[in-house]
Ligand binder design. Sequence first.
Ligand code: AMP
Length: 214
Amino acid sequence: MNRAIKLILLGAPGAGKGTQAEIISKKYAIPAISTGAIIRSAIANGTELGKAAASYIERGELVPDAVVIDIIKERLAAPDCRNGFILDGFPRTVPQAQALEDMGVEITDVISIEVPDETIMTRMSGRRVCEVCGATYHTIYNPSPRGGLCGVCGGQLTVRKDDKPEVVSERLAVYHRQTEPLKAYYADKDILKIVVGQEKLEDTTALTAKALEG
Ligand code: AMP
């Protein structure tokens, strides 16, 4: 494929956006940008951004638009984004999508990975994330080759605080209320594709690749 890919992955928390973002990132050698991972690393490092965002994340709520828009503006200005990128977890509201447009960013593809809420609730209990590099795994669907350590960097794998069941159900409600309207927003622009998330990771990967290439 010769065209630059400027892709947004939509989907509820736990739908598999992060995993697909990592796979597409390797395949096309373009960066996968996760606002969630950037914020978690800011929290771990105790920065001002981290302090401002921590309470929202722990409650399963969205961090204010202005904060994440600033993060993405800075990240997209980096030279590695010149030939394309994947946005995993941004935009999450219509004002965030509008901010991208105002920045002059021309999104080429939007893929929504759709998984029923009940499946997500079950899945989240097995999710693990690397404390150091942010790579994501699942104890059953996508285990690390190194057990409790990250297959990429050897860091410790942990359960995210916001993967607790009560926080997950709040995050799902927030997704339906604030993020799902983005499907209509991008369908209107004719760049939305739907991928039905499959039980097997590689099946979702194949459908996502088809949506991107077909
Ligand atoms: P994620 O890893 O994408 O599930 O993000 C984890 C948490 O970070 C979310 O539940 C939000 O609290 C926050 N967050 C990440 N991206 C955004 C965004 N684009 N807008 C608002 N909050 C966000």
